[in-house]
Design a protein around this ligand. Structure first.
Ligand SMILES: Nc1nc2c(c(=O)[nH]1)N[C@H]1C(S)=C(S)[C@@H](COP(=O)(O)OP(=O)(O)OC[C@H]3O[C@@H](n4cnc5c(N)ncnc54)[C@H](O)[C@@H]3O)O[C@H]1N2
Ligand code: MOO
Length: 657
């Protein structure tokens, strides 16, 4: 069908241009005004100024428990000249809030009135006029402005309105957003476990609906429609005819042959923008169907969220007469060099924490499909389009995704990842709910370098020195000259050969790698596991010659495991957790040490003290043991104290700090 030719982006606009086009086209859209009961108006935005109908208080009332009196009757009373007043004639018992009896203008607090008998009190201090009395209109005067228009109502606002006799309030209707997920490949989340290759769990719908709710709108989330033009046309027609204020389609915004959104928009409405120089979120589409704003959000989840924030979020504010939302930002230093494409505004997810007095921002994965780059992020770094990149150590302004206070309770870990770190994070949280462990996985060496630059509270490392058979010490000596640190053992972990379930090739150990019928899959040169394999080969007195697949390099434990599972390799070396995850058999080869490298400058930080407490607890060990493939018997021991030049203690490991 000729009509469905692949689309090429129209003219890609800069983010600023696209925002301007959008504001021009839909910036004046408002939802209708409706009058709703005041007690249901929390969070709603006033469409008109609200004025008081009654004064508050509307009578003179006692502000304290005690006796209402006429102030002039009490003049002259003192410690030396106590004054007696007859109850019921010149002093009237009142409680807080009671109307003042005729002729009285002051209240003597009960604790300042001595009872003489049932009908007499004595006071030792004169009352001044209007003492402890709430006068008419003290709080609100009838007719005065209570709240302006375009004001988002808070709990106290509702109280003031009710007190002032305003039982209902004119507000903007909540913007209703039609959300249409599309894609033949999408399956409902409840069928996730049965998804075949090529099928993807639908979740953007829920994310977008939640973002709408968070921004004061009402989501109208639809069932998925397949990627065929007629179904999409039908869905958008229904959206146009229904009482929704905004139409959001996801996805089909890019240049793929099944990306029909552009054609749709051209057939049913007006295309304003296709393609914005931002990343993620580049292929976003903006337009109008009739007078309804229409947004085509890209399919990748991070792209969808970023494009939502730039275009849907402000729209939801404008529709209720509110200004653009403002987000809190802080200044930090960038922990790692960040190259960026010239001409594209980039949004980089970062972890953020205060290390040795400075806020450090460390970039996370960049992929637009990596939703966990947002779940793990503490902040967003925006790299302008005219900047080619930012150097390590440069100051940057980042937008906070968590509270500023939370940053003070964030521990930054950089280095190699291990599953026991997840246990650590969860145990820390259960000890102190404020504590948050943010980690960036850049490999062991990257962790050491971050410690050297003062960018991490600690690093995670498992680097074997083949000459000594020891872990990490040699690397600390080489890379941390002048940086005192302590080496704390987190755990020992088992490395071994992964083989297909049932071990069909009957692989038992290193010698079997040299067989003609065994294809091996290796890890990349320089990785901890590769160093370990070479070390084991050397110990066995062998060179790699003769191992089929020794030069075939993969970059992660899981990639090795996948090759074994699919049968492209018969054997590979990895940690037990990778075998367990994919149901492979595991033949243990050796144990390695996974250590934390903690700068001396952070050693006395209470967060680090708690971290050590956790690592040394029985509960942590039990949980680590239960993972399988780990030996936590040395967890928490100090395996070395480095003063920047030499090791200060003997090599006997100790559990003391
Ligand atoms: N040749 C080109 N290909 C792509 C380009 C390009 O410029 N030229 N741009 C890339 C960029 S950037 C993005 S972003 C994506 C946008 O893709 P679409 O908006 O067309 O979306 P799809 O291709 O349909 O899906 C992409 C991806 O997202 C998943 N997805 C879609 N909807 C959902 C949902 N409701 N829940 C969860 N996941 C969803 C979908 O399955 C795909 O994996 O295009 C690049 N391609
Ligand atoms: O711009 Mo796409 O949105 O990178 O992923």
């Amino acid at each position: 069908m000729a009509r469905f030719k692949r689309t090429i982006y129209l003219h890609m606009k800069t983010l600023e241009e696209a925002r301007a086009v959008w504001k021009e086209a839909v910036g004046e859209c408002r939802t209708a005004v409706e009058r709703i009961p005041t007690d249901e108006a929390l969070g709603r935005v006033t469409a008109e100024p609200v004025t008081a109908r009654l004064s508050v208080p509307h009578y003179h009332g006692a502000a304290m428990d005690g006796f209402a009196v006429k102030a002039s009757d009490t003049f002259g009373a003192s410690d030396v000249r106590p004054l007696r007043l007859e109850v019921g004639r010149r002093a009237f018992p009142v409680d807080t809030g009671d109307p003042m009896p005729e002729g009285t203008d002051a209240v003597v607090m009960i604790e300042h009135a001595e009872k003489v008998d049932d009908s007499t009190i004595e006071i030792r201090q004169a009352a001044f006029p209007w003492q402890h009395v709430r006068k008419v209109g003290e709080d609100i005067v009838a007719g005065e402005l209570l709240l302006p228009q375009q004001h988002r109502l808070r709990p106290a606002d509702l109280g003031a309105m009710l007190a002032a006799g305003v039982p209902d309030v004119p507000v903007y209707s909540l913007p209703r957003v039609w959300i249409q997920p599309t894609g033949t490949e999408l399956v409902p989340a409840r069928e996730a476990a049965r998804a075949q290759p090529g099928q993807i769990v639908e979740f953007n719908g829920t994310v977008i609906a939640s973002l709408v709710r968070e921004n004061g709108g009402v989501p109208m989330l639809q069932d998925v429609v397949p990627d065929d033009y007629e179904s999409l046309l039908d869905a958008v027609r229904r959206a146009a005819a229904c009482p929704a204020h905004v139409i959001v389609l996801n996805a089909g915004s890019s240049a793929g042959s099944e990306d029909y959104t552009v054609s749709l928009l051209k057939e049913l409405g007006t295309l304003l923008v296709h393609g914005v120089a931002m990343m993620p979120g580049k292929p976003v589409l903006l337009g109008l169907i009739g007078s309804k704003p229409f947004i085509g959000l890209p399919g990748y989840p991070v792209s969808a969220i970023m494009a939502f924030e730039q275009f849907v979020r402000p729209l939801l504010h404008w529709m209720q007469g509110l200004p653009d939302p403002a987000d809190p930002t802080v200044e930090a230093v960038l922990g790692r060099k960040m190259p960026s494409k010239l001409g594209l505004e980039e949004f980089v997810r970062v972890i953020l924490g205060r290390v040795q007095g400075r806020l450090v921002a460390m970039p996370l994965q960049r992929g637009a499909g990596v939703i966990t780059s947002l779940t793990r992020a503490d902040a967003l770094l925006r790299i302008p389009q005219d900047v080619e990149g930012i150097n390590e150590g440069e100051p940057v302004r980042v937008r906070l995704l968590r509270s500023e206070d939370a940053l003070e309770h964030t521990l930054i870990m950089i280095g190699s990842h291990d599953n026991t770190v997840d246990v650590l994070a969860s145990e820390l949280k259960s000890r102190d709910a404020r504590l948050h462990l943010s980690s960036s996985n850049v490999g062991s060496l990257g962790g050491l370098l971050a410690v050297r630059r003062g960018q991490a509270h600690f690093a995670g490392s498992h680097l074997l020195d083949p000459e000594t058979g020891q872990y990490n010490r040699r690397y600390v000596e080489r890379y941390l000259k002048g940086t005192p640190v302590r080496l704390v053992r987190l755990t020992r972990r088992r490395q071994g050969f992964l083989v297909a379930p049932g071990n069909p090739k009957k692989i038992r150990g290193i010698e079997d790698l040299f067989r003609d019928d065994v294809r091996f899959v290796n890890r990349q040169a320089g990785s901890g596991t590769r160093i370990l394999l070479d070390y084991e080969l050397e110990r066995a007195g062998r060179t790699p010659d003769g191992i089929i697949g020794y030069d075939w390099e993969e970059y992660t434990h899981m990639a090795v495991a996948v090759n074994v599972l699919s049968g492209t390799a018969d054997c590979g070396m990895a940690i037990y957790a990778a075998a367990k995850a994919l149901g492979l058999d595991f033949i243990p080869v050796c144990e390695e040490c996974y250590d934390l490298i903690i700068p001396e400058a952070c050693w006395d930080d209470p967060k680090i003290r708690l971290l050590l407490e956790v690592i040394r607890s029985d509960r942590f060990r039990q949980r680590v043991e239960a993972l399988g493939g780990y030996d936590p018997s040395e967890s928490g021991t100090v395996a070395g104290v480095w003063d920047g030049t030499t090791w200060r203690e003997s090599r006997v490991v100790s559990r003391e700090s």
